[in-house]
Write a protein that binds this ligand. Structure first.
Ligand code: MG
Length: 377
C-alpha cells in the first residue's frame, strides 16, 4: 500500500487571535502546521507529503518549509482544496490520509490505526465517543437532553483509497465540512478507529495554551554548566563574550582566551554530554593557536543542532574586578545571540567582583561560569 498525506492548510481561521490564520501562528517556536508536517514526513509508511495552501499564502514566508512536501494552491472551499491536493498525488499512490494542519499533536499511533484499517476498508477515520451529556438549549436555559449514545467526535487524519475518494470529490457539492462527509455522500463506507484526546484541533486562544501544555509534557530539556579561568599577562585588550575590550593587560591562552565564550561553549557540550572544548579542540594542536573563540562556540551549536536541539537560553557570569563589564553587556548579548541564532533576550551576560578575594580579586585572571538550556524540537 503506497500512501500520501495531504495537509490541508488553506483555511483563513483567525478565531485564535493573532491576525494571521491559526495554522501559521507560532506554537512552541514553530508554526502550528509544522508539527503535523514533520510527523507525516517522518512516518515510514508515508511516501509523499502534500501541503495545500490558500492561494494568497503561496508567496509568503508564513508556512513552514519541509523539504519533502509538494506545495499546492487550494481552492475557494475546503472540498476544492482537498481536490487540488488529490490531483497532485503521484500515479503510484493507492491510499491518502487527509489531515487538518490545525491538529499539531497527531500521533503515530493514530496514523497507524487509520493505515491498518485501510488494509481492508475504503475509508477510515479516528474519532472519540462523546462522554459528556449533551443538552439542547437556548442561550439561557437547558431545553432538553440529547441522547449521546452512538455519537462521536471526529478527528483527522481521514484515510481513503485514492480512486473512490477522487470520484466522491468529483460528485461533491463542495459544502461538506470534511472528507468523511464527502465519502458518505457518495455512498462510501467509513470505518471508525480510536482517536486520541491529545489530537486536538486548534481553534481558540485557549487551545494554543492546551497544546503548549501537552507538548511540554513530552519536552526533552537539557541543562549544562561550564566554568573557565584564564590568567592575565602582557597586552592591551581582552576578549570577553565576543567583544574586544581595551585593558591594561590581556588574558593568556592558546586561543584568544575569551573566558566567557569558553564557559558558554562548555555548558553546551555539557548539556549534550559531549565532553568539553579541550577534547574537541586540543591545546596541543597548533591549528587552534590564537583561534577566535566563536569557532568553538559555533562547533558546539552545530553539534546541538545535529542532535535536534535548539538553545533556549544561556546565562554567563564573568568574575573580575576590571575591566568593567556593564558598558559592554548589551554588545556581548547581541554577539552571543547572533552566533546562537536566538534573540538577545534569551542570553544573559552579567558580572561580579570577588570582593578583592582570591585570584580574581588580586587581578591575576578572570573566571567565568555559564549555564545553558537546550530544548529538543
Ligand atoms: Mg578557556
Amino acid at each position: 500500500m503506497t500512501t500520501a498525506a495531504i495537509i490541508v492548510a488553506a483555511g483563513r481561521g483567525t478565531r485564535a487571535g493573532g491576525g494571521i490564520p491559526k495554522q501559521w501562528q507560532i506554537l512552541g517556536g514553530r508554526p502550528v502546521a509544522a508539527y503535523a508536517m514533520a510527523r507525516f514526513a517522518a512516518h515510514p509508511a508515508i511516501s509523499e507529503l502534500i501541503l495545500v495552501l490558500h492561494p494568497d499564502d503561496m508567496e509568503t514566508d508564513l508556512w513552514p518549509r519541509e523539504p519533502k512536501a509538494k506545495i499546492v494552491a487550494g481552492g475557494a472551499t475546503r472540498a476544492a482544496s482537498v481536490t487540488a491536493g488529490l490531483e497532485a498525488v503521484s500515479d503510484s499512490i493507492e491510499t491518502v490520509l487527509i489531515h487538518d494542519a490545525a491538529r499539531p499533536l497527531v500521533s503515530n499511533a493514530v496514523i497507524d490505526r487509520v493505515l491498518a484499517a485501510l488494509e481492508t476498508t475504503i475509508g477510515a477515520a479516528p474519532a472519540l465517543p462523546v462522554t459528556d451529556t449533551l443538552w439542547q438549549g437556548n442561550k439561557d436555559a437547558v431545553q432538553g437532553i440529547q441522547d449521546r449514545n452512538g455519537l462521536y467526535r471526529a478527528q483527522t487524519p481521514q484515510g481513503f483509497q485514492l480512486a473512490p475518494l477522487l470520484a466522491a470529490h468529483a460528485a461533491s457539492t463542495g459544502l461538506e465540512t470534511d472528507d468523511v462527509a464527502v465519502a458518505r455522500a457518495a455512498g462510501l463506507d467509513v470505518a471508525i478507529v480510536a482517536g486520541d484526546e491529545d489530537n486536538i484541533k486548534i481553534t481558540t486562544a485557549q487551545d494554543f495554551d492546551r497544546a503548549a501544555k501537552l507538548m511540554g509534557h513530552n519536552m526533552d530539556i537539557r541543562c549544562g554548566n561550564g566554568y573557565d579561568v584564564h590568567r592575565f599577562g602582557d597586552g592591551d585588550h581582552v576578549w570577553l563574550c565576543g567583544i574586544q575590550i581595551p585593558h591594561t593587560r590581556s588574558l593568556q591562552g592558546h586561543s584568544d582566551a575569551d573566558v566567557g565564550m569558553h564557559a558558554v561553549t562548555d555548558a553546551i557540550y555539557g548539556a549534550l554530554g559531549k565532553g568539553d572544548i579541550g577534547q574537541h579542540f586540543p591545546p596541543s594542536d597548533p591549528q587552534w593557536k590564537g583561534a577566535a573563540s566563536h569557532i568553538f562556540l559555533e562547533h558546539a551549536i552545530a553539534l546541538a543542532k545535529s542532535e535536534g536541539f535548539v538553545i533556549s537560553n544561556a546565562d554567563c557570569t564573568l568574575v573580575c574586578e576590571f575591566p568593567k563589564i556593564g558598558p559592554h553587556q548589551d554588545a556581548m548579548k547581541a554577539v552571543m545571540a547572533a552566533y546562537m541564532g536566538v534573540e538577545s533576550a534569551r542570553i544573559s551576560v552579567k558580572a561580579t567582583t570577588s570582593e578583592k578575594l582570591g585570584f580574581t580579586g588580586r587581578e591575576e585572571g578572570i573566571a567565568a561560569i555559564a549555564t545553558v538550556t537546550l530544548v529538543k524540537q
